[in-house]
Design a protein around this ligand. Structure first.
Ligand code: N01
Length: 512
């Protein structure tokens, strides 16, 4: 898609990542008449996680009417829960129709960014050379860096091994002995699909997840006709799904007792598919529902009940050249290992490469107390940096696209405010950021994610929940509806008449 090989020396806004976040940003900037921006994308296409996760069975577990941009409804969704290829095709189409692709530089990795205090720009290194930017927007995704498990000997395995997010489609699983490590959202979609192809499947489970029935169905011809010709119908579906999902929030944040009906459904899901009492016990979770992400599937338990599928719950101690070895000493020989062990979530890999006002990387800045931002979007010490899907913006119940659109509105209002007032830089006041996070952590303490008796990717090494938003999504949207300039440190533009030229650091005035 990209025909341009060089980058300009400077852009007003530089966006990193071309998933829902980066694409949404590009569309909204364009709608505002902004042309001086670029989106860097290391891959060769838009889509982010929906481009990368091509494993068999990949599909979204939030209904598509809600898991899509509000400003770009898609009348052609085939099912209530869309498969990955449809979501990827949707994102491609939205990008093409919005006419923004000329602003994207594919195959271009963001390597590093350093805030230049004197020039008040981000100095960015990319695989296509340097570029400076007034504003840096990271939209690199919360689930973009695969995490390989730290298992003794795994590097010495001589068979085929790949992560769920880096599926090797050239490898034919037919007739092979295969191991799947992990039983999270990815694994429960992969296992039923590959069980049909392989000779034998071992599924290595460390913790049993809660799995509810998946209320998935194809849309009828009449519904699809309605989606196409009655725009209000899609809106109605979307609104219904949205409010249905919001009703989950009290079960997560007030009392797990409110989630009792969900628990009942999940237990019935086990009983329906599994008759063996030992297997039933092995797959029954021992923590509160919602503590880890609630999964949805109708074919996960039936797959585990198959004769040619073994659920292994003894911990893995090592991997040899041709086998997986568990603590009980059993060595299970395999031809291939599918690693479905998730992503780096509580440490953002990109944070290593962003150096702020005081010469400290974002990773180092967060090393003591874990990730923290103001409104999940801006960070004290890092002027003119905006993060889409930053700390504590994740959800256990609804669509991240809703969160992303809320952040887009906030960032665009910040950029408008900066332009209207000749402001060169904004960064949140330390007291505002502290108050925001104190409030978040106080609310999180009583949620099922923190006290539900599990360890999950929601919690960091300090046991702090730095990933999830503990309130309703409409509250998030309200709180980010306008740029609250009084919560920011700002510096005036040196030369308001020629905003992009001649930044004279001596004339920059610091205001609180
Ligand atoms: O990753 P995960 P994922 N030895 O972190 C296990 C989104 N998503 O890729 O539970 C053995 O959830 C780990 O065990 P435990 C969604 O937000 C959405 O599945 O930590 N096992 C767990 O079982 C999701 O939450 C969709 O004890 C090890 C699994 O690996 C997020 O992506 C689909 C291990 C990791 O589960 C991540 O999902 C897919 C080890 N050393 C993903 N290390 C949909 O919309 C880890 N595990 C449908």
């Amino acid at each position: 898609m990209d025909t341009t090989t060089t980058l300009p020396t400077h852009v007003s806004t530089l966006v990193v990542g071309a998933g829902f976040g980066g694409l949404g940003m590009a569309i909204k900037l364009t709608e505002r008449g902004e042309k001086d921006f670029l989106v860097l994308e290391r891959g060769e296409d838009v889509g982010g996680t929906w481009r990368d996760n091509t494993y068999p069975g990949a599909a979204c577990d939030v209904p598509s009417q809600l898991y899509s941009f509000s400003f770009a409804p898609n009348p052609t969704w085939s099912r209530s829960f869309s498969p990955q290829p449809e979501i990827q095709a949707y994102l491609r189409r939205v990008a093409a129709e919005a006419g923004v692709l000329d602003r994207f530089r594919f195959g271009t990795s963001f390597d590093a960014a350093r805030w230049d205090r004197d020039e008040q720009v981000w100095r960015v290194e990319t695989s296509r050379g340097p570029v400076t930017a007034d504003v840096l927007v990271t939209a690199s995704g919360g689930l973009s860096e695969p995490r390989m498990p730290d298992i003794d000997g795994i590097d010495s395995f001589l068979g085929e091994i790949f992560h769920s997010a880096r599926w090797n489609h050239d490898y034919d699983l037919a007739g092979k002995r295969v191991a799947v490590i992990g039983t999270g959202a990815s694994a429960i979609q992969i296992v039923p699909e590959v069980a049909d192809q392989v000779a034998h499947l071992d599924v290595y489970q460390r913790t049993a997840p809660w799995v509810m029935p998946r209320r998935d169905r194809a849309y009828t011809a009449l519904e699809r006709f309605g989606f196409k010709h009655l725009p209000g119908l899609q809106k109605l579906y979307r609104t219904g799904i949205y409010w249905g999902r919001e009703t989950f929030v009290p079960g997560f944040t007030v009392s797990p007792r409110l989630a009792a009906p969900a628990k009942k459904l999940a237990l019935a899901n086990i009983e329906k598919a599994i008759t063996d009492p030992r297997l039933r016990e092995q797959v029954t979770p021992t923590f509160e529902i919602g503590c880890k992400r609630i999964l949805i599937s109708n074919d996960w338990y039936p797959a585990l009940a198959r004769d040619d599928v073994d659920l292994v719950t003894d911990p893995i101690v090592k991997v040899t050249a041709g086998a997986v070895v568990t603590r009980d000493g059993v060595e299970r020989e395999v031809d291939a290992i599918i690693v479905a062990t998730g992503f780096y979530t509580t440490e953002q890999p990109i944070a290593e490469h962003i150096v702020g006002r005081d010469g400290q990387s974002l990773a180092r800045h967060w090393a003591g107390n874990g990730m923290a931002a103001y409104k999940g979007t801006t960070i004290n010490g890092f002027p003119n940096l905006f993060q889409i899907v930053g700390p504590n913006t994740g959800l256990g119940h609804s669509s991240m696209v809703f969160i992303i659109e809320s952040q887009l509105a906030y960032i665009l209002d910040a950029l408008r405010s900066m332009r209207d007032t000749d402001t060169a830089t904004v960064e949140p006041r330390p007291d505002a950021q502290r108050a925001w996070n104190d409030d978040l952590q106080r609310r999180l303490r009583r949620t099922v994610w923190n006290k539900g008796g599990c360890s999950s990717w929601y919690l960091d090494a300090h046991g702090r929940n730095t990933t999830l938003w503990p309130r309703t999504t409409f509250t998030f949207r309200r709180l980010l509806s306008t740029f609250d300039r009084d919560k920011y440190l700002t510096t005036a533009r040196a030369n308001p008449a020629r905003p992009d030229a001649d930044r004279d650091a001596d004339r920059v005035e610091q205001t609180a």
